[in-house]
Design a protein around this ligand. Sequence first.
Ligand SMILES: CC(C)(COP(=O)(O)OP(=O)(O)OC[C@H]1O[C@@H](n2cnc3c(N)ncnc32)[C@H](O)[C@@H]1OP(=O)(O)O)[C@@H](O)C(=O)NCCC(=O)NCCSC(=O)C[C@H](O)C(=O)O
Ligand SMILES: [Mg+2]
Length: 263
Amino acid sequence: MNPVSALYVPGDRPDRFDKAAASGADVVILDLEDAVADAAKAAALDHVTAWLHGRTGGPAVQVRVNWGADHEIRAVRATGAQVGLRIPKVESPEDLGVIAALAEGLPLTALVESARGLQNAGAIAAHPAVAALALGEADLASDLGSTAEAVLDHARIRLLVAARAAGLPAPMLSVYPRIRDLDGLRADTERGRSLGLYGRTAVHPSQLPVIREVFVPGPEETAWAEAVVAALDGGGVATLPSGEMVDPAMLGRARAILASGNR
Ligand SMILES: CC(C)(COP(=O)(O)OP(=O)(O)OC[C@H]1O[C@@H](n2cnc3c(N)ncnc32)[C@H](O)[C@@H]1OP(=O)(O)O)[C@@H](O)C(=O)NCCC(=O)NCCSC(=O)C[C@H](O)C(=O)O
Ligand SMILES: [Mg+2]
């Protein structure tokens, strides 16, 4: 089942790594990039690799490395830990050549955070080392000079189409930085879900329950999905008691809803 939530934790806050792992997030993202000041980057890498060495069990882990910091990829790889690598500011598939070789099979999540990256999202998604796409909305807003909802929705939709066309899962929503505004988080997450994105990255543990609630299907949706699956048991076309015609084109969505409700 695709993850619903991922929690960023700065790489120079080792006191928070275990808390992040116990937070209920499906994925913990140890950040070496923007959450860590330049002067703390070397120490952060040491903290992250030490934690990865000692780790057994727990949620999936990704490490967000700095752009061009090959030594960080080598150091993470040397731990032998089964982690994903989150690559920021990817702008073209060519950007990923050296990174994929260094990663030696570790799955890459490519962060698209610029107009150029967005233009090339289809080709980035098609790179064989890329397991997922994600949007960096804050960087993208800076690059585009716009925080308009319509512009971000456009980017979300383009990224979704690029990912699905390459056979990748629907991207997770980017972070919602206003950590005290849980109503705003809920509204924005519902909007993103309605567009087709799946799951969200968080910057604070308090955001995780809201994210989870938004992606757990409600009773109406679950009842619809159950009815579709039951009605299409033998294939063909059927009419639900509500009067809706359903056929195998709806089965994929119905099954996905049922699977996500069982988390
Ligand atoms: C945002 C924060 C700096 C807030 O920190 P702070 O004010 O110290 O939090 P609290 O006092 O409310 O903490 C309460 C308890 O929760 C624990 N906590 C807080 N945050 C985390 C966390 N991320 N992981 C694990 N645990 C956390 C505290 O330890 C407290 O615990 P306790 O003492 O036991 O009660 C901080 O939350 C933070 O650093 N968040 C992550 C920031 C980050 O990584 N940002 C980078 C990713 S977003 C990005 O880069 C944008 C993207 O690239 C784009 O372009 O869009
Ligand atoms: Mg960013």
